[in-house]
Design a binder for this molecule. Structure first.
Ligand code: FES
Length: 283
């Protein structure tokens, strides 16, 4: 290899090495950056921070202050007798959590028992003496008969709303009365013998109000189609029996319906009057 070639290779190598060294030193200076001071700055700071010379007067003053501090008496507190503990006054402390819970439990229990007792007393209290659920006076015999006879065109359907009752005339012929005696008894039969039957407006199926039908002359329930003849005996539909009824009481010349003592209607198939369909149905 000629010397010219060696020089030609060495020069670029040296240039590259010089560039690497320069780059590396720049990087290190950047890395030291903000956190490091230059040597000149550190040197200047050291010169500035050097402690100033202390004079003899200052030393003397410092010594005298130290002696005065040492010679100052330390205040020793007087010994005291510890206070005897006395339990706090409950009135001052107020209600504790336990007291609060106890009182709340007792109050709630008392209220619950009181409510239960009041409900029992109310249940045992006598029933109302007026209005539906009691004995309802609907008028005198003559006024009631007038209502019954004037109930045209829905003849034979006389309604007394205060008793929720249809007071129906019952045929007085011997055959009907005889048939009624086989089926009915007690206060209902007594009413029949006086010529009345008091039918509760409530359908024995599911409780709808049963209206009368002036064309068929039956009662026809609009809810599910149960049908009853003029004296409440079941003719058709899902009802389990005839219409329920109340005792009719004649007291002097007053007609009273005891709405507090309903009786169940007659069983399916009962037909004491033989009343057939008299026209088209309403429901
Ligand atoms: S409630 Fe009258 S038929 Fe059902």
């Amino acid at each position: 290899m000629s010397s010219g070639m060696v020089i030609a290779i060495a020069i670029p190598v040296l240039v590259v090495l010089a560039a690497v060294v320069g780059f590396t030193s720049l990087r290190r200076r950047d890395a030291q950056g903000l956190g490091h001071l230059s040597r000149e700055t550190r040197k200047r700071d050291a010169g500035t921070m050097a402690a100033p010379p202390v004079s003899d007067e200052a030393r003397e003053l410092e010594r005298s202050v130290a002696l005065a501090r040492v010679s100052t008496e330390v205040a020793v507190p007087e010994p005291t007798t510890p206070e005897v503990w006395t339990p706090p006054d409950p009135e001052e402390v107020g209600v504790t959590r336990r007291q609060f819970l106890n009182r709340a439990s007792i109050t709630l229990m008392t209220m619950g028992l009181s409510t239960f007792g009041a409900a029992n007393i109310a249940f045992l209290w006598p029933r109302p003496t007026a209005g539906f659920g009691s004995k309802v006076k609907i008028g005198t015999i003559s006024s009631v008969n007038e209502v019954i006879s004037s109930a045209s065109p829905a003849a034979n359907f006389s309604y007394f709303s205060e008793a929720q009752t249809y007071l129906q005339p019952y045929p007085m012929d011997a055959a009907t009365q005889q048939a009624a005696e086989v089926v009915y008894s007690g206060s209902v039969l007594q009413g029949i013998k006086m010529g009345y039957v008091a039918l509760w407006q409530k359908c024995p199926h599911l409780g709808c109000k049963v209206p009368s039908c002036s064309t068929s002359q039956w009662f026809e329930c609009p809810c599910h189609g149960s049908q009853y003849n003029r004296v409440g005996e079941k003719k058709a539909g899902p009802a389990p029996r005839g219409m329920d009824r109340f005792p009719v009481i004649i007291d002097g010349d007053k007609v009273i319906i005891d709405t507090g003592s309903p009786s169940q209607g007659p069983p399916i198939g009962t037909d004491t009057t033989g009343q057939g369909l008299e026209g088209p149905h309403c429901a």
